[in-house]
Write a protein that binds this ligand. Structure first.
Ligand code: ADP
Length: 275
């Protein structure tokens, strides 16, 4: 899965990365691999929670319709909701805008033992904010460094950070927007404002490229995930997360000393309760 990793200090050109790529993997194989990942993730999350030593932060970014919600549903569908949290970042409130842009983010970073998934994130502050000119360049250009340092702080305090950019083509976005009209249970998702955002496609791609080039660090790497095919996207994200969690060498905590000595007491309690 390292083929999707952006090495630090690269110059990313999204035009050179195929969004429809699926390698040699068939859809059937991809789906069964995802199924395996979901099961492994369930066990690894239990271990993470029990060990209570590290915290996992997953960041998902991508243009509208790139599949952030679908990835969360498909990859994390089996994990214990206790210990896993999804945080969706929307347009900041007045209360949030009155503070620095990382303030609202820091409050939601994971506690030890937890997995937190950011559906959009602090990266919006160098994406939509840049494309829509919500603050001047002199302000947003400093944010790449702030973000790298902020993530470094989290990692120094025990966090593991994995960031996924869901890469889709312009054609695929149009198809997915149209599909929202065709499917009655998806119509509610259609927002004409998405068509206005689409007019800024090129500027978004530039903003994504700069984000990937400047903030893929050894401590918080970006993965660019070919996401035109949903099954492939889910498989890649699931596999990267599982591989990373396995590499941590997590251990269940030691049981209390002489745990077996409690067996007869507990058996006695059952007998008493039955009497
Ligand atoms: P989503 O598209 O994630 O399913 P919404 O349709 O509610 O959910 O969109 C959330 C909106 O909030 C997006 O348009 C996103 O660009 C915007 N947003 C998120 N963070 C910020 C931010 N820091 N500044 C301005 N807009 C933001």
């Amino acid at each position: 899965m390292d083929q999707y990793l952006i090495p630090p200090n690269s110059q990313v050109d999204l035009g050179e990365i195929e969004s429809y790529y699926t390698g040699e993997v068939s859809k059937k194989k991809g789906r069964s691999q995802l199924k395996k990942c979901r099961k492994e993730l369930m066990d690894l999350q239990e271990l993470l929670y029990a060990e209570n030593k590290r915290q996992i932060l997953i960041v998902l970014q991508g243009i509208d319709t790139s599949g952030k919600d679908g990835t969360i549903r498909n990859v994390f569908g089996d994990v214990n909701p206790q210990g896993t949290h999804v945080i969706s970042f929307k347009v900041p409130t007045r209360h949030e805008l009155a503070r620095d842009y990382l303030w609202r983010v820091h409050q939601h970073t994971p506690a030890k033992g937890d997995i937190v998934i950011f559906n959009r994130s602090h990266y919006e502050d160098v994406l939509v904010v840049r494309v829509q000119n919500l603050v001047p360049e002199s302000i947003w250009e400093k944010r790449y460094q702030h973000i790298n340092e902020f993530e470094r702080l989290l990692v120094d305090e025990g966090a593991v950070i994995l960031k996924f950019f869901l890469h889709i083509s312009k054609q695929r976005q149009a198809e997915r927007l149209l599909a929202r009209l065709d499917r009655p249970n998806k119509r509610w998702k259609f927002n004409p404002a998405d068509l206005d955002e689409r007019k800024h496609w090129v500027n978004y791609q530039l903003a994504f490229e700069e984000m990937l080039s400047k903030t893929s660090t050894p401590w918080a790497p970006w993965y660019v995930v070919p996401s035109d095919r949903k099954w492939y996207r889910n498989m890649v994200v699931g596999s990267v997360i599982v591989d990373k969690l396995k590499s941590l060498g997590m251990q269940f905590p030691e049981a209390v000393p002489e745990i077996e000595s409690f067996r007869s007491t507990l058996e006695g309690m059952i007998e008493d309760a039955q009497a």
